[in-house]
Design a protein around this ligand. Structure first.
Ligand code: TYR
Length: 450
């Protein structure tokens, strides 16, 4: 087995397989759970507009940057940097990415575990009617319970591990070939159903009619950039790891734009799905993270055949979480596999166990460890903030510097595989100047808590 091509000779079977897997990484809890509540809190359509600008102006060019490092390096997050920049410290970007991936999956698996539990409650019919004390009390009782959420979180991680153990083509690619079309069908169905509800128009207006005065609020930009990074999976080398398994003939630019477009489409569809329901039942769109676990179940309960809608919704939430978790786990697995010289199975077992241990802390932070807080943030919030506000933007910044300034112009352009000279120049200007300036401003303001 050659050390030159990622994990042994493992490769994507087809370019479509790679694209579906990269879309699977991008489309996740970030689109369905995070996007609607962040958009709700930050001005609806105005937020969407700023978000779209960031995705296409900065997100997609940086995604191409990350992809190009992986495809040229043909190794895991750390190995690719070592190969392209031997005897330098650039590989620390990869190490930070591996740590970031472990942290994100630690808290991601907590929310994914809740989603599987909710799915189970809908399948058994337990949540078809409002539980005693209401959905809010039920959610609180559930997340503060010390043991039960850990079981569902472990179950989610085990499923993720079993798929990753099977490798790229037969594991991750195959799973995404099923998950992504399935997810698209279910989400389109749900958004379509949402539009038939009375009062749906108000939800659509909230999502699509901008309030220009909100553009003066700096927080909207901060939230939109963080969401764009999280949603496109940029900055921690998960996408880099995926692109290291590409065949030479599979070109990057079209795939990158495809991933950006699909991720945005899924976020908009999720927004339509959630806000049509929220407005038709007269609920505040700004209710924050519990939107999906408290507000939607209350809405489903008062809908005709709401129990079935609940089943569909939580199936799609679990599918979206799983397709992203695959890439979050592959990132440390590829690194551990190469550096420790272990089999893929052993590397997966080690990475999965580390993640579960951190995940236990994130889960207990809602209950018996809820006294562990910094500035009102519990353990999960801290992991979320550290990764979304610091590690992802910093990783993106370092990769922009690496390709834009460390590599020669010719190498950067060659690795990006952009053919049009005009686009080459635009891309270079963005990764050399625009992205670093915007990222620095946003990171500094968020670090200073402005
Ligand atoms: N993009 C995923 C989501 O929207 C989260 C994620 C972040 C997945 C970084 C992978 C990754 O490398 O839910």
């Amino acid at each position: 087995m050659s050390q030159q091509s990622g994990i042994g000779q493992d490769q994507w079977k087809t370019r479509l397989g790679f694209m579906l897997a990269a879309m699977g990484s991008a489309v996740g809890l970030g689109n369905i759970w995070r996007f609607p509540y962040v958009a709700g809190e930050s001005g609806g359509a105005t937020f969407l507009l700023v978000y779209l600008a960031f995705v296409f102006l900065i997100g997609v060019p940086l995604l191409l940057t990350e992809f190009s490092i992986g495809k040229a390096g043909k190794m895991d997050a750390v190995g690719s940097f070592k190969k392209l920049a031997p005897n330098t410290k650039w590989h620390l970007t990869g190490i930070m990415g591996v740590i970031g991936g472990i942290l994100i999956l630690s808290f991601y698996s907590v929310v994914a575990g809740w989603s599987i539990f909710y799915l189970y409650q809908y399948v058994t019919g337990a949540f078809w009617t409002e539980p005693d004390g209401g959905f809010g009390a039920a959610f609180d009782a559930w997340i503060t319970n010390p043991l039960a959420p850990l079981f569902w979180q472990a179950l989610f991680l085990i499923v993720t591990m079993v798929i990753v153990m099977r490798g790229i083509g037969s594991g991750i690619e195959r799973a995404n070939n099923i998950l992504m079309p399935g997810l698209a069908i279910l989400m389109i169905f749900m958004a379509g159903y949402g539009m038939t509800l009375d009062g749906a128009g108000e939800g659509l207006a909230f999502l699509f009619t901008p309030d220009w005065s909100k553009l003066a609020d700096p927080n909207v930009y901060l939230m939109a950039l963080g969401q764009a990074f999280f949603s496109l999976s940029i900055g921690i080398c998960g996408m880099l790891t995926y692109s290291s398994y590409l065949k030479e003939k599979d070109k990057l630019p079209a795939a990158t734009v495809g991933v950006g477009l699909m991720d945005t489409l899924f976020a908009v569809i999720a927004g339509v799905m959630v806000f049509t329901a929220v407005f038709s039942f007269g609920v505040e769109p700004t209710s924050g993270p519990p939107l999906v676990f408290i507000i939607l179940p209350s809405i489903f309960e008062s809908m005709p055949a709401g129990g079935l809608i609940g089943v569909v919704f939580f199936v799609l939430l679990v599918m979206a979480a799983l397709s992203s978790a695959l890439s979050l786990l592959e990132l440390p697995v590829a690194y551990i596999h190469r550096t420790l010289g272990l089999t893929r199975k052993a590397a997966t077992a080690i990475a999965g166990s580390i993640i579960f241990v951190f995940g236990i802390a994130a889960s207990l932070g809602f209950g018996i460890w809820s006294h562990i807080q910094v500035n009102g943030n519990n353990i999960l919030d801290m992991m979320d903030n550290l990764t979304a506000n610091i590690i992802l933007p910093l990783g993106g910044l370092l990769m922009a510097f690496f390709v834009g300034w460390y590599l020669t112009r010719d190498k950067a352009i060659q690795f990006s595989e952009i053919e049009s000279p005009l686009l080459q120049n635009i891309w270079l200007i963005i990764i050399r100047f625009v992205a670093p300036v915007v990222l620095l401003i946003i990171m500094v303001t968020s670090l200073l808590g402005i």
